[in-house]
Design a protein around this ligand. Structure first.
Ligand code: ATP
Ligand code: PRP
Length: 231
């Protein structure tokens, strides 16, 4: 298949390199193969967990990568600090930045965002009769929106991790969190009671950058699209 971009578009002359924001952690590991298929080779210390560097050159003079927390990728792209990024759709849903456009589902880091509660209370009460509920989550906006759509006010307890502990320790009725195999829920005597959305990682771009540098940004979108079709 002929790629709808030129090599020159990937290596613009006399302009600052584009910046791609990549998340530390599990997505960084899972996206290695897609980056390789897209022909992107960051400098070797990019995969060194001990390096204090955060910005890395790549084999393309026109592209640098930055390594940031998974939850912050969309923010770096929304504010134009990075023009491109890879980000979980959970993070996109939570921040809902109008400046971020997500043209490609990369099909990695698949999981779901769900409601879970202690096995002993699950099903003992009818949520349609609730007017408010206390929820522990690192996704306050998703949780509030989900419950608001059912006419329920969510009182959110904001945690950054280990929310599976929260109901058993009495600070909330239920949690909203990511679930994949369900083993974390089971280990903490919780059961999933509702799925809010399926989650996977997306290629994202800053809309202004796409307008002002359509050739360079568009060329990278096309590269990633081709990388996905290579299977
Ligand atoms: P940090 O370590 O900075 O707190 P984090 O724990 O959210 O970040 P990861 O665990 O790497 O970082 O999760 C990053 C992204 O990976 C999430 O935003 C989500 O899209 C996806 N993800 C998280 N947990 C799972 C899972 N259990 N299975 C599949 N994908 C997941
Ligand atoms: C995520 C999520 C759950 C777990 C779900 O945590 O927050 O705790 O994965 O996966 P499972 O259903 O397969 O058990 P993660 O592993 O990212 O740990 P963290 O929250 O400490 O970063």
């Amino acid at each position: 298949m002929t790629a709808p971009y030129t090599a020159a578009a990937l290596e613009p002359e006399a302009t600052a390199p584009l910046i791609m924001a990549l998340p530390k952690g599990r997505i960084l590991k899972e996206c290695g193969r897609i980056l390789a298929r897209a022909g992107i080779e960051p400098s070797p210390d990019y995969i060194d967990e001990n390096t204090r560097h955060m910005r890395f050159p790549t084999n393309h003079p026109g592209l640098d990568v930055i390594r940031v927390r998974a939850f912050d990728v969309a923010t770096f792209v929304a504010f134009g600090a990075a023009q491109i990024g890879i980000c979980g759709s959970d993070v996109l849903m939570e921040f809902d930045y109008p400046e971020v456009y997500a043209p490609l589902d990369l099909g990695i880091a698949k999981c779901r965002i769900a409601v879970a509660e202690p096995a002993e209370t699950a099903g003992t009460d009818d949520p349609s009769r609730w007017s408010r509920v206390r929820v522990a989550t690192k996704y306050p906006n998703i949780a509030r929106k989900y419950y608001a759509s059912q006419g329920i006010h969510a009182d959110v307890v904001n945690l950054s991790g280990a929310m599976e502990l929260a109901p058993g320790l009495g600070i909330c009725r239920l949690i909203v969190d990511l679930v994949d195999t369900g083993s974390t829920l089971r280990a903490n005597n919780l059961v999933e009671t509702a799925k809010i959305a399926d989650i996977s990682s997306r290629l994202i771009v800053n809309r202004t950058a796409l307008k002002t540098q359509p050739e360079a940004v568009g060329a990278w979108i096309a590269r990633f699209r081709d990388a996905l079709t290579q299977g």
